[in-house]
Design a protein around this ligand. Sequence first.
Ligand code: HEC
Length: 143
Amino acid sequence: MSALKKSVTLRLALLLLSFGVLLPGICAADEITDGKAIYGQYCAVCHGRSGEGNGPIAGFLTTPPTNLRLLSQKYGNPLSVDQIEKFIDGRADVKTHGPRDMPVWGKRFYGESGGSEADTADRLAKLVAFLQSIQIGPQTGSR
Ligand code: HEC
């Protein structure tokens, strides 16, 4: 192999390697950024921009919105993704317990995405990635 060819091959290999290492990190950061945008659009009015439960309409609600930065006290840190997604979704909850104080986001996202379960699940996952990123409690190791 010529020296030039060798160096090109080496560079290509390094490039591919760095993609493999970097890509998962970049994706996680994207999830949080997307989640933050969804949060700002749908959740901040009640839970506040920073998630502390002090959004502009919080004072008008009978049940105060939860401080979402402390979710790890209830759901562990890292957060129990399944449980929180189910709660935010709310569709299963309403079927078993009737109406609740938190809006039923699963129904809303499902409707807005033209009836796509995949899109609904994607939004919920991004929201939880964002919620994980704002936890202030210590790591508990439980899941
Ligand atoms: C209309 C006001 C309102 C909006 C908008 C809202 N929430 Fe809530 N949320 C509440 C209230 C009120 C509670 C407390 C409910 C309770 O204790 O039954 C709550 C509780 C929660 C909890 C805590 C669950 C627990 O087990 O303690 C999570 C997580 C949550 N909301 C996430 C979200 C997310 C994510 C969004 C946006 C998609 C959102 N909320 C939008 C009012 C709201």
